[in-house]
Design a protein around this ligand. Structure first.
Ligand code: GAL
Length: 342
């Protein structure tokens, strides 16, 4: 929370500073900045988490326009999961004269192409959500990354289950055999968050003394219908055995819930997700999901936008947002159960 306020305060300062810059520049007509142009390259527009972030970014742009009088042109592109398409979209943004790019890489290991083009055009890049490799991030001082700490998400997710176990072991060990039999739904194998979330959710359960037993697991690429299909198979493969479903995100958690509904499963199998998307939180409220980890999406959008706008106006980013190693920003997150949403 403290971090959020710091960012808000800094952003307020940045808006005020931008207003001043604008004011002084309007006095000098030759150097007038009336408009900034920001390109937002998504990896896939139909990803619900990315979609809520996109709409928050649009809100931030409007707030900024109102606070500063500077018009913000946001160009958004959806390459539908294709890296070549994204590369062309980035080139188009640059040819349109974007002052800053916000890039959610399709393939996080392919950032060097985007970086080369941006460096040639002298346009800064704020990568988000899909983290380029460190080597790429160090190539230029006008590259940034905004995301979440994957280990923190997972420790918070595991913590929800450890608390439930301590309160009532039978809420997780449904058949009372002394073990919690779980299945695990993972995001894309190439995504930095999948591996780390999986590892630390399980580790947190072990550290918390929950006797877990893995039945099976699989990759459902963050996707609700892929998760639902996998979970459907597992319910047939392990009839009456699955007691817990650990999911790397809310969409897959909702997919698992769909499969349980389809199978007319009447045991209270627990499902946990990560993201706290509107759909995920609704699932928690309705009792379909046992819990999730809500990312502070407002802070996420605020920081991406603050860096992009400061860069576009040639201001000192580091004086406005506190960045780790001058490059990275990790957004806040919190564990959420139905109890918290009452
Ligand atoms: C993760 C998020 C997923 C998905 C993915 C896309 O951080 O939890 O739901 O949006 O990013 O890169």
């Amino acid at each position: 929370m403290k971090k959020t306020y710091a960012v808000l305060a800094l952003t307020a300062v940045s808006f005020a500073a931008a207003a001043l810059v604008w004011q002084s520049r309007t006095q000098n007509r030759e150097d007038e900045i009336k408009e900034i142009r920001i390109g937002i390259a998504l990896y896939r527009g139909n990803d619900p988490f990315i979609n809520s972030l996109r709409s928050r970014l649009e809100d931030k742009a409007k707030e900024y326009e109102q606070a500063t009088g500077i018009r913000v042109v946001l160009d958004t592109a959806d390459p539908k999961g294709n890296q070549n398409t994204q590369n062309s979209q980035v080139e188009r943004f640059l040819s349109l004269g974007c002052d800053a790019l916000c890039v959610n890489m399709v393939d996080r290991s392919a950032a060097s192409y985007v970086i080369n083009k941006a460096m040639d055009a002298d346009a800064p890049v704020i990568f988000f959500n899909r983290e380029p490799v460190e080597e790429d991030m160090k190539r230029w001082e006008r590259l940034y990354y905004v995301g979440e700490n994957a280990r923190e998400s997972a420790v918070l997710q595991g913590g929800i289950l450890v608390s439930a176990w301590r309160e009532d072991p039978r809420s997780l060990d449904l058949n009372g055999d002394g073990r919690v039999s779980y299945v695990l739904l993972e995001g894309e194998s190439s995504h930095q968050d999948s591996l780390i979330r999986t590892e630390w959710s399980v580790q947190t359960l072990k550290d918390g003394g929950v006797p877990i037993e893995r039945l099976t697991g699989g990759i459902a690429n963050w996707d609700r219908s892929q998760a639902s299909a996998l979970m459907g198979q597992w319910l047939e493969e392990f009839p009456g055995e699955i007691e817990l479903v650990i999911c790397n995100n809310d969409e897959m958690a909702l997919g698992a819930a769909d499969a349980l509904e389809r199978a007319e499963e009447d045991r209270p199998v627990r499902i946990v997700g990560i993201d706290g998307t509107p759909q995920g939180l609704e699932g928690v409220k309705k009792g379909k999901l046992f819990g999730t980890v809500r990312c502070d999406i407002g802070e996420y959008a605020e920081v991406i936008f603050a860096i992009a706008a400061a860069e576009a106006l040639g201001q000192d980013v580091h004086g406005q947002v506190e960045l780790m190693n001058g490059i990275y920003y990790e957004c806040g997150q919190e564990a959420v159960t139905a109890e918290d949403l009452k």
